[in-house]
Ligand binder design. Structure first.
Ligand SMILES: NC(=O)CC[C@H](N)C(=O)O
Length: 272
């Protein structure tokens, strides 16, 4: 991949989209991870006002330190960037207490994920608050493997955005573009994590496969039936394909349009 050219292509795409959009700039949430570091840098490069917000909720000190260092780097390099921190810990705890106190609340194996995704959704609410206030667009940080491969994102959380600049980049491509733009090696090398559980678990711990493996599966399944045929897999590759296919199927609802119930015309017509 020609990383510099891809970086310029996306930067121009963002500018071209912003022009007629009736919006004045971009807002991006940064986590200390590579996807949000890249998107915030791409938005900064447009020259348009860009608000970059870190939104800790019981975050690990490594994540906080990386996001602060990234915001400092961006604001020193790009005069159009404003950095901010909105600590959502208290909002999250209040929300958590509110739902827990309801009698229909139950504790089961999904409770942890429900609360993890609540963190992501609170961040979306915060980003849209500032987007409305300033007339900005919310720039999404999902990459192709997360968004269209395994569906590893929160519907209406990190998936609730106005534009998706890196949704066609595989994780290795995200790394390559981030690298040419000067994103810190600390961020590029950090183990990917959604950071939604208040501990140090990585995405690989949650998914059971690394992004390189998932990317391999996505590329393999992209091949035509003919090209796919005749390949013998190692046991690990079989396992990775199984993980990929299972996640893709379970999360397909995040990748398609919301199903609408279309009423047949004869039912809409007045009764004869
Ligand atoms: N980035 C995220 O939001 C993590 C994924 C989310 N926990 C899921 O349900 O798939």
């Amino acid at each position: 991949m020609q990383a510099e050219k891809v970086a310029d292509y996306i930067t121009k795409w963002l500018k071209d989209y912003l022009g007629p959009s009736h919006s004045k700039g971009f807002v991006v949430g940064v986590s200390g991870g590579i996807d949000s570091a890249l998107v915030s840098t791409l938005c900064a490069r447009t020259g348009a006002p860009t608000l970059v917000i870190e939104m800790p909720i019981h975050q690990s000190s490594a994540e906080v330190q990386r996001s602060q260092a990234h915001i400092n780097w961006l604001t020193s390099k790009f005069p159009n960037v404003t950095g901010a921190k909105v600590d959502l810990t208290e909002a999250f705890e209040t929300f958590q207490k509110t739902v827990k106190s309801n009698e229909i609340n139950e504790v089961n194996s999904y409770s942890d994920v429900a609360f993890a995704n609540m963190r992501s959704r609170l961040r979306m609410v915060n980003l849209y608050y500032f987007a409305s206030l300033k007339g900005y667009l919310v720039a999404g940080t999902g990459n192709k493997v997360e968004d269209f491969g395994v569906g590893f994102f929160t519907k209406y959380g990190d998936g609730g955005v106005d534009i998706s600049p890196i949704a066609d980049l595989l994780k290795s491509e995200v790394r390559a573009v981030a690298d040419v733009l000067g994103v810190s090696q600390e961020i590029i090398k950090a183990p990917p994590t959604d950071g939604l559980f208040g501990d140090t678990r990585t995405d690989e711990d949650q998914i059971g496969a690394s992004y390189d493996e998932l990317e391999w599966a996505m590329n393999h399944l992209d091949l035509s039936q003919e090209q796919q045929g005749g390949v013998t897999f190692t046991d690990r590759q079989k396992k990775v394909l199984e993980i990929y296919n299972q996640r893709h199927a379970a999360n397909l609802h995040k990748m398609v349009e919301i199903p609408r119930c279309i009423i047949p015309l004869e039912l809409k017509a007045k009764q004869a």
